[in-house]
Design a binder for this molecule. Structure first.
Ligand code: PRP
Ligand code: MN
Ligand code: MG
Length: 176
């Protein structure tokens, strides 16, 4: 698709969001022993790298890759684990780190799957939230910014695997 991109959230604004999120997370997990931050590949990789460096105390990071297939017959989503986390999360404080929540299907399923492993607590942090696109309800504990239903890229978020390396977030504008 022919398109251009236009900056929507600057690097400076992302830094401010990171600092605020880290303050909230550090406050919430004041007493934690070994916080495990779980990023969902690939979109969360850039956000995870910046966020985890702002979290105090003993912190571990792990990653999970899932794929979600739309099922047109049932309009439900089948979410499969392509790469599981290595860590045993039983009895641990776990924070899922996601770049973007759209329909909510990915996080809803991931949360359900991880809950079966009896973590001490399981919370979700997302950099961006698009509530207008929600198909399933999922409770989000830490939100960087709520945005309208725009096609966005950058800072880990891709369009056909491109633009993850942008240091800012941009809107994709289709050209005729
Ligand atoms: C994108 C995004 C979220 C998910 C949100 O990932 O990074 O993980 O979609 O969509 P949902 O709320 O409708 O489930 P994508 O599947 O494109 O994989 P990627 O992170 O590797 O780009
Ligand atoms: Mn993703
Ligand atoms: Mg993607």
């Amino acid at each position: 698709m022919k398109h251009t991109i236009e900056e929507m959230i600057s690097t400076a604004e992302i830094e401010t969001m990171l600092d605020r999120l880290a303050d909230e997370i550090n406050e919430h997990y004041k007493e934690h022993k070994r916080l495990l931050m779980v990023g969902l590949l690939k979109g969360s990789a850039v956000f995870m790298a910046d966020l985890c460096r702002r979290i105090r105390g003993h912190v571990e990071i792990d990653f999970m890759a899932v794929s979600s297939y739309g099922n047109k017959m049932t309009s439900s989503r089948d979410v499969r684990i392509l790469k599981d986390i290595d860590s045993d999360i039983a009895g641990r404080d776990v924070l899922i780190v996601e770049d973007l929540i759209d329909s909510g299907n990915t996080l809803n399923k991931v949360k359900e799957m991880l809950m079966l492993r009896s973590p001490k607590s399981l919370a979700i942090c997302t950099l961006l939230d698009k509530p207008e696109r929600r198909e399933v309800n999922v409770h989000v504990d830490f939100i960087g910014k709520t945005i309208p239903d725009e096609f966005i890229v950058g800072y880990g978020i891709d369009y056909a695997e491109q633009y993850r390396n942008l240091s800012y977030i941009a809107k994709v504008i289709p050209q005729e």
